[in-house]
Ligand binder design. Structure first.
Ligand code: DGL
Length: 282
């Protein structure tokens, strides 16, 4: 196992934020962080060799996440955003005591936002088998509002579609219809996109759910929580240098070229610097 030692920043505020997911899905969270916190640098890891996480066991997810966190720590990150609902559901609380920097997930912020958006108290959640099976959204939502009714639905095929970049057209529509038609007629007024890959399929999901259902992307509220956390801990970067974009680095466990191309479709600026790393060695 590699030593969790590597880059060290003299001024902690200058260090990047570590963000990770099983693959490209976490880029939907990076997009939101860059929008809300434009001065911050990002070190992203996408576990493209081992995606999907959604159908794997808790033990495996904890093991993978531990390796990724060790890797991110070697890059000197000042905070970590778990941009994956499955990891947030299965591994976050177990790993939190082991991590020396502040770490947040996407589930709590997503639940908070949905609870404030719903008018009739009926909320749908879509996510991986792992996230839906864990019942984590229901627990957080009921803590916020005990009367809330939650309907969960696992939509595992959305992840390979997103990883393939097959985001529009007949096939995503068919898959969306078959997963979501029942939910559409269930009386929910809010639907949480409880997997970071799903905002990539938003057009198909929105079309099936219709205009009466508000889609909640937890990425927005996650970036809001991240900002408060950085400010509280005095870790927020003090303004970007004029004309100098913050450093964003991307790492994957496989297929770096494909990731570069795909990221260009999601992020405001294209990327060309993705590097492949042997994550099993961490
Ligand atoms: N994007 C991840 C999530 O938010 C995981 C998807 C997967 O790998 O199955 O849950």
């Amino acid at each position: 196992m590699k030593e969790a030692r590597g880059i060290q920043y003299q001024d902690r505020r200058e260090a990047p934020i570590g963000v990770f997911d099983s693959g490209v899905g976490g880029l939907t969270v990076v997009r939101e962080i860059l929008r809300q916190l434009p001065a911050e640098g990002i070190t992203y890891f996408g576990d493209t060799a081992r995606v999907p996480y959604g159908s794997k066991s808790r033990e495996t997810i904890v093991r993978y996440s531990r390796q990724i966190i060790r890797f991110l720590m070697t890059r000197g990150v000042k905070a970590i955003v778990v941009a994956c609902n499955t990891v947030s559901a299965y591994a976050l609380e177990e790993l939190r005591p082991e991590v020396e920097v502040p770490i947040i997930g996407v589930v709590k912020p997503g639940a908070k936002m949905a609870a404030s958006v719903t008018r009739n108290g009926k909320i749908g959640v879509i996510g991986t088998e792992g996230t839906i099976g864990s019942g984590i959204y229901t627990s957080f939502l009921r803590e916020l509002r005990p009367d809330i009714q939650v309907l969960g639905k696992a939509c595992p095929l959305f992840v390979p579609l997103a990883e393939e970049g097959w985001l529009e057209g007949e096939v995503p529509m068919l898959v969306a219809k078959s997963y979501l038609t029942k939910l559409r007629h269930s009386g929910i007024d809010t639907l949480i996109l409880g997997c970071t890959h799903y905002p990539l399929l938003r057009p198909a999901i929105a079309e099936v759910m219709g205009p009466e259902v508000t889609l909640v992307n937890p990425a927005y509220e996650t970036a809001v929580s991240l900002r408060s956390l950085l400010q509280e801990q005095r870790l927020d970067k003090q303004g970007a240098e004029e004309g100098k974009a913050p450093l964003c680095e991307f790492f994957v466990s496989d297929a770096a070229e494909w990731f570069n191309r795909f990221a260009g479709r999601i992020l405001p600026t294209g990327i060309a610097n993705t590097r492949q790393i042997p994550i099993e060695e961490y």
